[in-house]
Design a protein around this ligand. Structure first.
Ligand SMILES: Nc1ncnc2c1ncn2[C@@H]1O[C@H](COP(=O)(O)OP(=O)(O)OP(=O)(O)O)[C@@H](O)[C@H]1O
Ligand SMILES: [Mg+2]
Length: 425
């Protein structure tokens, strides 16, 4: 019985509501009649005609005002059942406020199908959002117990809001409909905002996808170029170098020193060798060869050694074992390598540091990369603002890290050094 009443199973609240209204109404009318007749016989004694006229008049009066009386008792009982009448002004105010702050579709649905019905003592409503022409509730016939509103955006119906029925079972009153109409107009504005934001989010996702694709294809293109250089010009130069070597090997040392032609040939061979070494360097920059053969750990150690020798800054590394790092996906290795490359370039250019520490270790399930220097530090700026000022390094790092699903943080303060940290995944 408790559950039936508590959760109004079988519509029991409506039954109880009506029973109470009619019980109160009957009792009220009975008492009214009794009171009236006692009063008439008390105050108009001894004149039956007058008494009869007064009784008829009063009966008519009660009859005429019955409807008013019933509505009044009904409101009283509803107040008991559903927690009071609703105050139109505060409904409009609260809902307008909620709609103005609505930025996503779930919230809009929540406001229109729960908040409004609760405040107006209606059953939960329904909000169908969709493409024009695909809205099923748009074709339903009108009903006295519910109100249906089309919400349009850019001249097309993009949602249908069905409100009602009332919890006391009555038809919607004119006032209910007027209020709902007012709220529907505001809901239309909120729907416009929601759809615009969704469209913006989609555009942003598209832009991000294109940006990621660009980063990926740049890396692929570099690898392809490195292969091309390696397979064709470098092989040719190696052959040329060998041929020149053979040619010069057959010449006596005396002839080498006296013959102009031989001296020219020796100079050409030296140039060929320089060209080979330059091309190998270009190849290595395009695609660090160690990355593919020995993995990220070896590639980073080589990079750090070379960087330290060039910059004169002391460098030390604490890296996970090579076999662990070799198992990293190719895309992750390449992008982490590029992040370290740019971070080291920044240290050399801006930090004026004495020492750099590179760490790449697993902390629980997370790979953590840090490049820490003891240089002059700086006040970190949002990458967006850096790009606006013509600095692309840190922003590029952030894009690369986002591409592999990691997060990048830069910790720095003037005089306190800088730490660039990547957490992956
Ligand atoms: N390790 C560091 N120590 C001190 N300042 C740094 C360090 N790293 C970055 N900065 C500061 O942050 C700024 C932005 O760095 P970012 O790499 O984005 O651009 P950039 O190095 O100036 O130019 P580029 O686009 O060529 O990389 C730098 O100009 C520098 O002032
Ligand atoms: Mg830079």
């Amino acid at each position: 019985l408790y559950a039936t009443v508590r959760h109004s199973l079988f519509g029991v609240d409506r039954l109880l509501n009506r029973a109470l209204v009619y019980a109160l109404l009957s009792l009220g009318i009975l008492l009214l009649y009794l009171g009236l007749f006692v009063a008439i016989y008390r105050f108009l004694p001894g004149d039956p005609l007058l008494q009869m006229m007064a009784a008829t008049g009063l009966t008519l009066l009660v009859g005429v005002s019955f409807n008013e009386l019933r509505a009044w008792v009904q409101r009283l009982v509803d107040h008991l059942f559903y927690g009071g009448w609703y105050d139109y002004a505060s409904v409009v105010e609260a809902v307008s406020d909620a709609l103005a702050r609505t930025l996503d579709r779930d919230r809009l649905i929540e406001v229109l199908t729960h908040q409004v019905p609760t405040m107006m003592h209606l059953h939960p409503g329904r909000l169908e959002i969709g493409e024009p022409g695909e809205l099923l509730s748009d074709d339903l016939p009108p009903s006295p117990t519910t109100a249906r509103f089309r919400l349009t955006f850019r001249g097309q119906t993009r949602a249908v809001w069905t409100a009602g029925p009332r919890r006391d079972g009555d038809d919607l009153s004119t006032t209910d409909r007027r209020i709902l109409q007012t709220l529907a107009r505001q809901a239309e504005v909120a729907l416009g905002n929601v759809l615009l934001i969704e469209a913006l989010r989609r555009r942003l996702d598209e832009i991000r996808a294109v940006q990621n694709q660009l980063l990926r294809s740049r890396e692929e293109e570099r690898a392809r170029l490195a292969r091309e250089l390696h397979d064709s010009p470098i092989q040719l130069l190696i052959g040329l170098n060998m041929q020149l070597g053979l040619l010069l090997a057959g010449v006596s040392s005396e002839e080498l020193e006296t013959s102009c032609l031989m001296q020219e040939l020796t100079a050409v061979r030296a140039q060929v060798r320089r060209l080979l070494s330059d091309l190998r360097q270009v190849c290595a920059e395009l695609r660090p060869p160690l990355l593919d053969t020995l993995g990220l750990g070896a590639a980073l150690r080589a990079l750090l050694d070379e960087w330290s020798a060039q910059s004169g800054v002391e460098a030390c590394a604490d890296l996970s074992p090579d076999e662990v790092l070799r198992a990293l996906p190719d895309e992750v290795s390449v992008n982490l390598y590029r992040v370290v490359q740019e971070a080291l370039t920044n240290v050399a250019r801006h930090a004026d540091a004495r020492r750099v520490t590179l760490r790449l270790t697993w902390e629980e399930d997370c790979l953590v990369l840090t490049i820490q220097d003891d240089g002059r530090g700086f006040v970190p700026v949002a990458p967006r603002d850096l790009v606006a000022q013509g600095h692309f390094g840190l922003a590029g790092m952030q894009e690369r890290v986002a591409l592999i699903g990691g997060t990048l943080t830069v910790e720095s303060a003037p005089g306190r050094g800088t730490t660039v940290r990547v957490d992956w995944p």
